[in-house]
Design a protein around this ligand. Structure first.
Ligand code: 13P
Length: 284
């Protein structure tokens, strides 16, 4: 199938009470692992590409890899810009072939975030590309984003509802207590915020920082209206564990296929488990 916008599966996810995973890509092996997981689980999926990953892999390579993977699969696949920082970056990605974008205006004052997000929605929707907006500040470290615990700010539910009514984004990321990266303790998720916002808007809620969140917390969040969950760190941890072990135990190993192949398998296993947990397995 060609790449599709998130609207090919998010409305169904919200209606049927499951969530679709956004799995961030960092190199070829991530793309291969994620698509294989999706095919085996018969699950819709979202390839997430951050600006940092795009710089590392090259914009055209990201699009070419995602397109090739999607075309040989019979499950719906979206290629989504993660935390797009400006209108210009968003337009560049859409022109290159992304089927979905996030515009992260959460660091702007509320009204300015609405104004800028609306501009992105108007342009993206004109060419069939879905849009995710963000309100509140998600803590932790991801590429260029580094938000300390003190600076992380939960989304105000009334503002989130107004934000959606004005922008009509297809997916609504709100800060509800999760953070990018692994957690030291357990995240304190504000289910009341998820529930209030999800019940008042048509779009599903997006949970960023999906790595390391206990299974029961994920299930509860999904049951309350989370329809998209982002995962990156857990796949990185799974990959590097295998690479480290193999290289530590085999000092003569030099062929990258020998350690990246098993690492790819480890990512695939992690992604498959997430698809089952999120309830998206069998939904394609
Ligand atoms: P984790 O790295 O914590 O899984 O978060 C990923 C994410 O939210 C991408 O936007």
């Amino acid at each position: 199938m060609p790449l599709v916008s998130m609207n090919a599966f998010l409305p169904q996810a919200k209606k049927e009470g499951f969530a679709v995973g956004q799995f961030n890509v960092n190199n070829l092996e991530f793309v291969q692992a994620i698509i294989e997981a999706g095919k085996e689980e018969r699950s819709p999926l979202i390839f997430g590409a951050s600006e940092g990953a795009i710089r590392y892999m090259g914009l055209n390579n990201v699009v070419a890899l995602a397109k090739a993977a999607a075309e040989e699969a019979d499950v719906p696949v979206a290629l989504h810009l993660d935390h797009g920082s400006s209108f210009e970056v968003v337009m560049k990605c859409i022109r290159a072939g992304f089927s979905s974008v996030m515009f992260d205006g959460s660091h702007y004052p509320f009204e300015e975030n609405i104004r800028l997000t609306k501009k992105v929605v108007e342009a993206a929707h004109a060419v069939g590309v879905s849009v995710e907006g963000e309100l509140g500040t998600i803590g932790g470290v991801e590429d260029d984003l580094n938000v300390s615990e003190e600076d992380a700010a939960l989304a105000d539910p009334d503002q989130a509802i107004r934000f959606w009514e004005e922008t009509k984004v297809d997916a609504m990321a709100i800060a509800v207590g999760t953070a990018h990266g692994m957690y030291k303790g357990e995240p304190k998720i504000r289910y009341d915020i998820i529930e209030k916002v999800a019940s008042q808007i048509e779009a599903p809620i997006v949970l960023h920082g999906g790595s390391g969140v206990p299974d029961e917390s994920i299930q509860k969040a999904v049951s309350l209206g989370v329809g998209k969950i982002n995962v990156n760190t857990e796949n990185q941890v799974a990959m590097v564990k295998v690479v480290r072990e193999l290289l530590d135990n085999n000092p003569d190993m030099i062929d990258p296929r020998k350690y990246l192949g098993p690492a790819r398998e480890a990512i695939k296993k992690t992604v498959k488990a997430k698809m089952r947990l999120f309830g998206s397995s069998g939904k394609a």
